[in-house]
Design a protein around this ligand. Structure first.
Ligand code: ADP
Length: 369
């Protein structure tokens, strides 16, 4: 099989090279047969051109969605560049294995994953904040060579409210047309909570319904014999939440796999600290790093990152105003004392009780292995 073409890495400039100037395409938003016109223009950059061609080609197969919604997805929701690989993520071996089996291998070898081995259409990553759920989703997209759609559910119900249903329709249509695709929904609880069933948020309930309908359509299309068969098979909804108990029961059951992403263990914290310190001049011995590993029990990955960043400021803070005139090679290395000072202010973001709630939910509803 030919490897899929990727969304190109954006050039680090302020202009958005894949965009058509607004004035150029205000004409008809759909062609007479209801299909979308090509939306991305020719560009001199071959990598971009390949992507633009692929999108334009895909648009020919899409009907029933609005051009503005498609544009919004292409501009804000398809993630380009900034690839994350497995080795960038410390620890979480079990989660990585499970993601490989559930998503990566089926996407790369669809011929092997049929019948009983039919791939899951939904996977939930749950656990305390800052433990690497978003990083994992991005790594899955990179490693499975998929088009990566990333949307936060809370922005669907706030920022895009009013157009959200159109956006959801366009999202699923594009994901199918550009398969293999991962639809990553962060904070899924705010979209699929039982709260929106109470009738007080009519609009959010409509978005939730639309999302669930489009998601079911995927499963039906994949099971059916229509020609879009293969594409629908290669679209996965990957969702993340810090509040798994807020997801209502019916929605929860649709996530065939529910993977607990726990706080980092000793070994993982050590690996993470080493990674953070590798380009920093420091005077920490291996023993001192081990001490830090002990002292950061209960810290999430992002707590450890925050701690190391704060500690790295120690040598500069010590200088005060003299910082402005001190040559770089005379700045002292970061020491364990800097870490100890930072530990006074940088505290774990999850409490013991909070953690227990995740462990309980994982016991009850999590997928093991
Ligand atoms: P979550 O989605 O679980 O809230 P993120 O994946 O957004 O957490 O992680 C937030 C930040 O914390 C990351 O950008 C990274 O710097 C750091 N981090 C968290 N977990 C890990 C990990 N396992 N390995 C490396 N960095 C991590």
């Amino acid at each position: 099989a030919k490897p899929p073409i990727h969304a190109p890495t954006p050039q680090r400039s302020t202009e958005q090279p894949t965009l058509v100037p607004a004035t150029a395409v205000t004409a008809a938003s759909t062609t007479p047969d209801g299909h979308l016109p090509p939306l991305l223009p020719d560009t001199p950059d071959p990598e971009h051109q390949e992507w633009n061609n692929r999108v334009n080609e895909a648009l020919r197969n899409i009907t029933g969605v609005e051009e503005s919604a498609v544009r919004q997805i292409l501009n804000e929701i398809v993630v380009k560049g900034d690839e994350v690989h497995w080795e960038d993520i410390a620890g979480l071996e079990q989660a990585k294995t499970s993601l490989k089996e559930t998503v990566v291998y089926p996407f790369l070898r669809p011929d092997l994953f049929k019948g009983l081995r039919e791939p899951a259409r939904g996977m939930l990553l749950f656990g305390p904040p800052g433990t690497g759920k978003t990083m994992l989703a991005r790594a899955v997209a990179t490693e499975s060579q998929s088009t990566f759609f990333s949307i936060s559910a809370s922005s669907l119900t706030s920022k895009y409210l009013g157009e959200s249903e159109k956006l959801v329709r366009a999202l699923f249509a594009l994901a199918r047309a550009l398969a293999p695709s991962i639809i990553f929904v962060d904070e899924i609880d705010s979209l699929l909570s039982s709260r929106s069933d109470t009738g007080e948020h009519e609009a959010s309930r409509r978005i939730k319904t639309e999302f669930l309908v489009k998601w079911s359509d995927l499963a039906h299309a994949a099971a059916g014999k229509d020609h879009q068969n293969d594409n629908a098979q290669r679209v996965l909804v990957l969702a993340a939440t810090n509040l798994p108990w807020a997801i209502d029961e019916a929605a929860r059951r649709r996530f065939v796999r529910r993977q607990y992403i726990p706080l980092p263990e000793r070994e993982t914290r050590k690996k993470h600290l080493h990674t953070l310190l590798q380009y920093q001049i420091h005077g920490l011995s291996e023993e001192e790093i081990d001490q830090l590993v002990d002292m950061t029990d209960g810290f999430s990955g992002s707590d450890i990152t925050a701690l190391a960043k704060d500690a790295a400021m120690g040598p500069l803070r010590a200088l005060g105003e003299a910082l402005l005139s001190t040559p770089r090679d005379q700045i002292r290395p970061v020491t364990v004392a800097d870490f100890e000072a930072s530990l006074k202010t940088i505290r774990p973001s999850v409490s013991k009780e909070g953690l227990q709630a995740f462990e309980d939910w994982a016991m009850k509803y999590g997928s093991s292995g």
